[in-house]
Design a protein around this ligand. Structure first.
Ligand code: FES
Length: 250
C-alpha cells in the first residue's frame, strides 16, 4: 500500500433498486485506486465489473464474497449480480484456489494425444481429483476445455500461462518447479494477470466523464418521456376506437 487517499472519482449512477452502496471495506487502498481509475473509463460503471473482478482476484488470489460486495458498490449493482457474472467465467474463481491453478486440456486434439492419461496421472500424483487443491494449498488441478494450444497436445496452462505439451514426466517436473518457486519468474501467483500496471494510454478526466454521463442520462430521460407520450397517445386512440365501436353497437 502506498497510503494514498483513494480518489473519489465521479458520481456513480446506480441501477434502479440497488441499495445505497456501503463504503468499500475489503479492497486495499491501492486496489481501490486502480478500481476507480478503471470505472471512470466506462460510460456505464457496471461495464467495469469484469475488470474489477480480475483486480480483486489479483489482490486475494480468488474472488472473495467481501470483494464482491465492494465491487458491487463501486459499479452500482448488487453483490448477487457480481456473483452471477463472475460465476459464468472460468478465469474468475469464487472459491479459494491454490497459488497455481494447473489446467489440463481434455478437448478433442488433446484427448486424441493422451490428455485423459495425463489428467489421470496428474490426479494420482497430486492426490486430488480435477477441481481439487493439494493439501499444501499450492496447486489446484483443473480439467479444461480447449486452451487454443492444440498443436502442442496434450497441453496445459498454469495460471493462464502456456506451459506447452506435457507428458507424465514433464508434468511432475513442472509441479516440482512450481513448488520450489523455480518458475515464479514466468508464472506469478494466481490472480495476477499483469505485473506491470499501465502508466500511459487511455486516460479519462473524471469531470468530463461526469458531464458525458449527465448528458447520457438526459438523453435517456428524453427518450423515456417520448416513449411514454407515444404509449399514452396509443392508449387514448385505442379507448376512442373502443368507445366509437360501443356507440355504433348500441
Ligand atoms: S484441444 Fe487441447 S488445446 Fe485445443
Amino acid at each position: 500500500m502506498n497510503g494514498a487517499t483513494p480518489p473519489t472519482g465521479v458520481d456513480l449512477p446506480r441501477r434502479a433498486g440497488a441499495s445505497k452502496a456501503p463504503a468499500p471495506r475489503h479492497l486495499s487502498a491501492d486496489t481501490l485506486v486502480a478500481a476507480r481509475e478503471i470505472v471512470v473509463l466506462y460510460p456505464e460503471p457496471r461495464s467495469a465489473l469484469i475488470p474489477l473482478c480480475h483486480l480483486a482476484q489479483g489482490q486475494d488470489g480468488w474472488l472473495t464474497p467481501e470483494a464482491m460486495v465492494d465491487i458491487a458498490g463501486l459499479v452500482g449493482v448488487t453483490p448477487a449480480e457480481v456473483l452471477g457474472t463472475a460465476s459464468f467465467y472460468d478465469m474468475l474463481h469464487t472459491e479459494p484456489v491454490g497459488t497455481y491453478v494447473v489446467s489440463v486440456c481434455t478437448n478433442i486434439a488433446c484427448l486424441l494425444n493422451g490428455a485423459a492419461e495425463l489428467l489421470e496421472h496428474a490426479e494420482s500424483s497430486l492426490g486430488v481429483n480435477a477441481g481439487g487443491t493439494t493439501a499444501d494449498g499450492v496447486i489446484t488441478l483443473e480439467e479444461s476445455e480447449c486452451l487454443a494450444d492444440c498443436d502442442r497436445a496434450p497441453c496445459a496452462q498454469v495460471n493462464h500461462r502456456f506451459v506447452g505439451a506435457q507428458t507424465p514426466g514433464s508434468f511432475d517436473r513442472l509441479v516440482a518447479d512450481l513448488r520450489s518457486g523455480a518458475r515464479s519468474g514466468e508464472i506469478p501467483d494466481h490472480g495476477t494477470l499483469i505485473r506491470v500496471r499501465r502508466s500511459t494510454g487511455l486516460q479519462a478526466d473524471p469531470a468530463e466523464v461526469a458531464s458525458e454521463r449527465a448528458a447520457m442520462a438526459e438523453a435517456q430521460a428524453e427518450r423515456a418521456a417520448a416513449a411514454a407520450a407515444k404509449a399514452a397517445k396509443a392508449t387514448k386512440a385505442a379507448k376512442a376506437t373502443k368507445a366509437t365501436k360501443a356507440e355504433g353497437g348500441s
